[in-house]
Design a protein around this ligand. Structure first.
Ligand code: F6P
Length: 552
């Protein structure tokens, strides 16, 4: 049995380090206002710099003692031991008996990382090189469609990790993209998604990238099949067109061929790359076409920089470790149920949606690595949208509601490249909001301060802000490809740290299987009115109502 299964690992809540944290929490601590008044130096001390990232965790509900106790928990749960096993290529995904090596996808050419005795780094770079050649041909117009016209539209069809990464990064790096090309991302099995993505495109100028690790995902295969029909309608059913307009990104060459895509047009990756950790594998092909191979490699270097930091930085200055521990502190000792990620960059509009899969599919688990149930909280609900929009929607609840919502504020000192004139000047206003929010959340506004403004007594309570809301501030120069890679790797490893502490397998996703199976069973009832044996009474009544409405 693999050591990384951690059979019989001590129950987390029985560990003395856990009890010490619970006692420490029960003792209480001063309000953030007092913590800063007593120790202004925490503003500089509780900062960690990684690459281009300046990470300030001073506005957390912690003292030096809290940090020391959290570090003891990390040591007791052997976070770094599991980390080293991951980097070494051991099969730490125990329920699927797989290595977890997204870090190999961004390792330099001369690195040696072995899975089952084989160095995987040369394979990684061979695929990256093939992707680069293909991306250059599309970008230059050398790769043409069936009628010889150049490709002007790229449509990525995938879902989950085969969609969210490239779609998010395309938005994040828009200023770096080939503006003369159109990029669309289709994921939903709702036909409206593909319809809207293709309705104004010319099939002769459109390339479909079918992205699916397994090449069995029903949404992706259905959309890809419909896209092929759309294409072939334009070419009188001449299926020779497929070779020029369809490429595949997958680990499953058999299924790709079965679908009708030439294996020469397949870009490979491997089962040791998890879906939600895959966008710097072949799954990033659409992004590479958009930003070009050099920028793509800059992004990979950004990932690698943080991988190296996580692998080598001492515990007290290890950013993913610190952020992971802070999440455990709130989730397990304050009963915080959610975690907000609030990027103050329009280009990062899909960043939090991307993190939702990364975090919630990884750590939304309730059994330990060896199958015992957990008796503690695991992954939080991750949510958020770009500032300042959220300020005029849900920030009210963060400021004055009854729930504790730790939040990450991500901002940039300079706007992304293209902005100029008055639009560039708006950046300081954006960032003034950014700093105002973390200030208000931490320090609030006392009743005395409200009264001093002459507010009528019956209004005072309504206008008081308790403050003491924890936030992390992450600042960088601008959202470059490298910075994006650094940010994503930071969150990947934070999620890893938490999974290690909670003793769960962060790399499987059995929780999505049941819905898939049931959807397959129910579909004939919707399309043909077929009887579904064993269907529960509620679903049966709903299916009947659906069919009545459908046929009305
Ligand atoms: O949601 C389950 C899941 O397996 C994800 O982990 C994955 O990213 C997604 O489906 C898509 O899978 P595939 O790339 O195999 O189509």
């Amino acid at each position: 049995m693999a050591a990384t299964q951690r059979t019989g690992f001590p129950q987390l809540t029985h560990r003395p380090e856990w009890t010490a944290l619970a006692d420490h929490r029960a003792e209480g601590r001063p309000h953030l206002r007092e913590l800063f008044a007593q120790d202004p130096g925490r503003a500089e001390r509780y900062v960690v710099r990684v690459g281009d990232l300046y990470i300030d965790y001073s506005k957390h509900l912690i003292t030096d003692e809290t940090l020391a106790l959290l570090q003891e928990l990390a040591t007791a749960t052997d976070v770094f031991g599991l980390r080293d096993a991951m980097f070494r290529g051991e099969k730490i995904n125990v329920t699927e008996d797989r290595a977890v090596l997204h870090t190999a996808l961004r390792a330099p050419r001369d690195a040696v990382i072995e899975v089952d005795g084989e160095n995987v780094v040369p394979k990684v770079h061979a695929v990256l090189d093939t992707m680069a050649r293909f991306a250059d041909r599309v970008r230059s117009g050398e790769w043409t469609g069936h009628t010889g016209r150049r490709i002007r539209n790229v449509v990525n069809i995938g879902i989950g990790g085969s969609d969210l990464g490239p779609a998010m990064a395309y938005e994040a790096l828009r200023p770096y993209t080939a503006r003369e090309l159109t990029f669309r991302f289709v994921s939903n099995v709702d036909g409206a998604d593909l319809h809207e993505a293709t309705r104004d495109l010319d099939p002769a100028e459109t390339l479909f990238i079918v992205a699916s690790k397994t090449f069995t995902t029903i949404e992706t295969i259905t959309n890809a099949t419909s896209a092929r029909s759309w294409l072939l309608r334009a070419f009188d059913g001449d299926d020779k067109a497929v070779a020029k307009h369809f490429v595949a990104l997958s680990t499953n060459a058999g299924k790709v061929t079965e679908f009708g895509i030439d294996p020469d047009n397949m870009f490979e990756f491997w089962d040791w790359v998890g879906g939600r950790y895959s966008y710097d594998s072949a799954i990033g092909l659409s992004l590479m076409i958009a930003i070009g191979p050099d920028r793509f490699r800059e992004m990979l270097d950004g990932f690698h920089l943080v991988d190296e930091h996580f692998r080598t930085a001492p515990a007290e200055a290890n950013a993913p470790l610190l952020l992971g521990l802070l999440g455990v502190w709130y989730g397990d000792f304050f009963d915080a149920q959610s975690h907000a990620v609030l990027p103050y960059s329009h280009y990062l509009s899909k960043f939090t949606a991307y993190l939702q899969q990364l975090d919630m599919e990884s750590n939304g688990k309730s059994v330990q690595r060896d199958g015992r149930p957990v008796e503690w909280q695991t992954g939080p609900v991750v949510w958020g949208t770009p500032g300042t929009n959220g300020q005029h929607a849900y920030y009210q609840l963060i400021h004055q509601g009854t729930k504790l919502i730790p939040a990450d504020f991500i901002g940039f000192a300079r706007p992304a490249g293209e902005l100029s004139g008055e639009l560039r000047a708006q950046h300081d206003l954006l960032m003034a909001n950014f700093f105002a929010q973390t200030q208000a959340l931490a320090f609030g506004k006392s009743a005395e301060e409200v009264r001093a403004e002459g507010v009528a007594e019956e209004q005072v309570a309504h206008r008081t802000f308790h403050g003491d809301h924890p936030t992390t501030t992450i600042l960088a120069g601008e959202p470059t490809p490298s910075v994006l890679g650094q940010l994503i790797a930071l969150y990947e490893h934070k999620v890893f740290v938490q999974g290690a502490i909670w003793n769960i397998d962060s790399f499987d996703q059995w929780g999505v299987e049941l819905g898939k199976v049931l959807a397959k069973r129910v579909e004939p009832a919707l399309t043909e009115g077929a009887d579904v044996p064993g269907l529960d009474p509620s679903s049966k009544a709903l299916v009947a109502a659906y069919r009545t409405l459908k046929n009305a």
